[in-house]
Design a protein around this ligand. Sequence first.
Ligand code: SF4
Ligand code: SF4
Length: 301
Amino acid sequence: MSAAAEPVGLVARILPFSAVDGPGNRAVVFLQGCDFDCSYCHNPETRAACSGCGACLAACPAGALADSGAGLPPRWDQARCRDCGACAAACALGSSPRARRLSVGELLGEIERYRPFLRGITVSGGECTLQPDFLAALLEASRARGLPGLVDTNGGSPLAARPRILAAAEGFMLDVKAWDPAEHRALTGADNAPVLENLRFLAGRGALFEVRTVLALRGGGPGGGETGGAQEGAFDLEGTVRETARVLARAGSRARYRLIRYRPYGVRAARAATLAEPDPALAERLAELARREGAAEVFVS
Ligand code: SF4
Ligand code: SF4
């Protein structure tokens, strides 16, 4: 009887070293595909799957893309690629031709030479839980090689229904983008009920390594409003931070709570115009609120 085929995943990018995606040096694996459409997404080309239309071929200044024919994604020559982003900019879907189908073995083979310098891996996206079999197999195989794996998730898929991922993961990093459902939908296009369910579930299991909230204000839009600037308080940041911290405190979670000041770098221009940066003093007031509510470790970045 032949062995079962190794799961294959659609991988947007592999970052061999990161010191900010979990404890210690970690390789970060970004999977392609996301079910949220966040206004402040910094890697929007990881959201949609490539349709193979070929429109990006002519945009590449390095000859790194070749037609695969038959509506398949272009062939990408990694050695030639200058990482200029012109292909993603030319894509009407906002996708990228650089996502690759890799087996678990192929992916781990690409980070093997860095293994002595790594504490683990972090699997991010896109949204990595949308490829659950591949994610579970990757976490299991990586751990077997001495590299435990964190899962960085938008929380849109109920993790209580994913026992294999729960068993294989070292821990979870979860975004709580807004406590209010209407605000969450405005920011992400998605319901936050599964996110809050995951927050409570993972906090109760002691499985959360980090929770993140991006602190963004509503922007005035291009020339919009009388001031054209930020409208502090238009999002209920206080409510989001307070309620999230309360869940962590009630569960006795030791998770870090990271408040990330929104910055427009890499954000789609039309979306960036809808948001504005909070000033550092507001971020610090919110961090103090989270501490008062009992979150174990709170910091602003
Ligand atoms: S990345 Fe976009 S433009 Fe390029 S082939 Fe795929 S769908 Fe077409
Ligand atoms: S990022 Fe895209 S357009 Fe730029 S060199 Fe690489 S493949 Fe070509």
